[in-house]
Design a binder for this molecule. Structure first.
Ligand SMILES: [Fe+2]
Length: 440
């Protein structure tokens, strides 16, 4: 079946015909017109994760990133407030801040040296006085670096929206907020900080393919077979428990029965989380030292509650995914319909032994690094999906598994890691954004 053009006649844009209950049309991954509409209707309206407050810990600290392809800067102003500004000069439109991060008292545009306060207010324009200035009024906000229409933070996680209207951040994230709590609660001092740099991977595939894989419990045993086999061979040469890095790789070796026991919980607006298949708790001295630090600050009962949560990962639709117990954050930047950059950031638990952070970095290097044994497996699959979807061998991509078997809950739906629930849930949100907008 040929799907209609997204810009069809009579105000009918044809978007709804691209989504079926258990399948999506391949054009959602391959059509540049759809990609342009996603920037406007989905990324242009949703709450997007921008960064963590610890990245701008001190007054004047800034961090540059992108939202829906637009350059933005997150900055801590002199009054302590965190702002997200369009990284655009109010004069000729040049991108003002070129560095990825730093500290400054003012942003100065390199083109004509207009300077801006760290809340975006225009402060100084060289040689603007006198009879040749015309009726230019530098207090007019149109000459500032403007703030994003909305910016909110939850326990240090900063989100912003390009749209002025829509649900507030807490209502939007709903049940998946618990996964932020899960991360922050693990810190004895109740605070996280981003530490180190980030890993980056540019994938030759549509951004949605990455998110669809997050709770796909059917793929590890085949996609990651080579690294599982290598780790098992290595493990057989060892006596005693395997080192952390090897244990992480071996954990991908799960039976379908085990994966089916892992619950996946899906919420409105495309968010979801999946239970963990590897016990994140350790038995070694380092972990015991960490538990003692957590108990000292929160008490033994509360520490046990916190550590008993085992969530493998969560999706903050549409641009972020976290692994709470491993303190990893992945941020998704769609570049083109067939090109996506993913950045992976890592958190330190304030008040925990420093060596525990080294374990976080080991996890990052084993699982998320471009040169890890695991990540290239997944990226190869994403690239192959994109290549195959360019073929005329079929138009529909199946998401049929366990259709109509979801457990319907008050706050969402639940199924298992071998269900396609989370994918169907993402496309429910996709269709809602793309066809109606979030006001509907
Ligand atoms: Fe994978």
């Amino acid at each position: 079946m040929q799907a209609p053009s997204p810009n069809g006649a009579n105000g009918h844009d044809g978007i709804a015909e691209l989504i079926r209950p258990a399948a999506v049309h391949r054009r959602v991954y391959t059509d540049p017109e759809i990609f342009a509409l996603e920037r406007e209707r989905l990324f242009g309206q949703a709450w997007l994760y921008v960064g963590h407050e610890s990245q701008v810990a001190n007054k004047g600290d800034f961090f540059t990133t992108e939202m829906a392809g637009q350059p933005v800067v997150m900055v801590r102003h002199s009054d302590g407030a965190v702002h997200v500004l369009f990284n655009r000069c109010g004069h000729r439109g040049a991108k003002v801040v070129g560095e990825r991060s730093g500290r400054t008292q003012a942003f100065v545009c390199s083109y004509h040296a207009w300077s801006f306060d760290t809340d975006g207010t225009l402060r100084h324009v060289p040689a603007h006085d006198g009879p040749r200035a015309g009726d230019f009024d530098m207090r007019d906000p149109c000459f500032s670096m403007r703030k994003l229409p909305r910016c909110e933070s939850y326990r240090g996680f900063v989100f912003a929206s390009l749209a002025a209207e829509g649900p507030d951040l807490r209502s939007y994230l709903g049940g998946v907020l618990a996964r932020i709590d899960d991360m922050v609660d693990r810190a004895p001092d109740d605070e996280l900080e981003v530490a180190g740099g980030c890993h980056k991977i540019v994938q030759n595939s549509n951004w949605k393919i990455f998110l669809e894989n997050t709770h796909d419990g059917l793929h590890p045993m085949s996609t990651h077979k080579s690294s599982i086999d290598a780790s098992r061979r290595q493990g057989r040469t060892l006596t005693g428990p395997p080192p952390f890095a090897l244990d992480v790789i071996m954990a991908n070796n799960q039976t379908l029965e085990n994966m089916d026991k892992l619950s996946v919980h899906a919420f409105d607006w495309g968010h979801s989380y999946m239970a963990g298949f590897r016990n994140p708790r350790g038995e070694d001295d380092l972990f015991k030292e960490y538990v003692a630090a957590l108990e000292a600050k929160k008490g033994a009962k509360r520490a046990e509650e916190i550590l008993s949560i085992n969530c493998h990962n969560a999706v903050f639709y549409p641009n972020a995914s976290v692994q709470p117990s491993f303190l990893q954050m992945r941020v998704i930047f769609p570049i083109a319909v067939d090109r996506t950059r993913v950045e992976m950031w890592f958190f330190r638990l304030k008040g925990a032994p420093e060596a525990l952070f080294e374990r976080t970095i080991t996890y990052a290097n084993v699982v998320h690094s471009p040169s890890s044994l695991i990540r290239p497996d997944d990226v190869t699959s994403y690239d192959r999906i994109q290549a195959g979807l360019g073929a005329d061998g079929g138009d529909w991509v199946s998401q049929h598994r366990d259709l109509d078997r979801d457990e319907v809950l008050n706050d969402g739906r639940r199924s298992s890691a071998v269900s396609d629930l989370s994918m169907r849930n993402q496309y429910r949100a996709w269709l809602r954004f793309m066809s109606e907008g979030q006001a509907a």
